[in-house]
Design a protein around this ligand. Structure first.
Ligand SMILES: [Zn+2]
Length: 127
């Protein structure tokens, strides 16, 4: 699917022809994925560098889906392994609301948390 068809919410996105912008966006996404470390999520030029100016702080990031998978695995730890079976956490709401209703609130909180974290990690010369 052409990226611009998705971004611009085209009516029949799968039938839209790829433009120069679509190829450029696709290449940009490929580069971002290639340069993102699969282990820590930082750009590889950052986390693979031993430059003395680069440091890391560790924060806890909770994934409720992973928590459900861990609980499931823990409950089945004494049972025989189901070879070839992979687990997937599927989200649902207990009141039938749409999961996308929670997007705006999440990012609003994420933005607040990130800005608080950022201001607490600025050096005195940056303030
Ligand atoms: Zn890394």
């Amino acid at each position: 699917m052409a990226p611009t068809a998705l971004i611009l919410r085209a009516e029949k996105p799968h039938k839209r022809k790829w433009s120069e912008w679509d190829y450029a966006l696709s290449e940009a996404l490929t580069l971002i994925k290639q340069e993102t470390c699969q282990r820590c999520g930082n750009y590889t030029y950052v986390c693979h560098s031993d430059h003395p100016n680069i440091r890391f702080s560790v924060t806890e990031d909770v994934c409720e889906g992973e928590r459900a998978l861990d609980a499931y695995r823990d409950a089945r730890k004494d049972k025989p392994k189901d070879f070839g079976v992979s687990l997937r956490a599927r989200a649902y709401t207990i009141d039938g609301s749409d999961l996308t209703d929670y997007r705006r609130g999440y990012y609003k909180q994420y933005s607040t948390d990130y800005n608080e974290w950022l201001s607490s990690h600025q050096t005195i010369s940056e303030r």
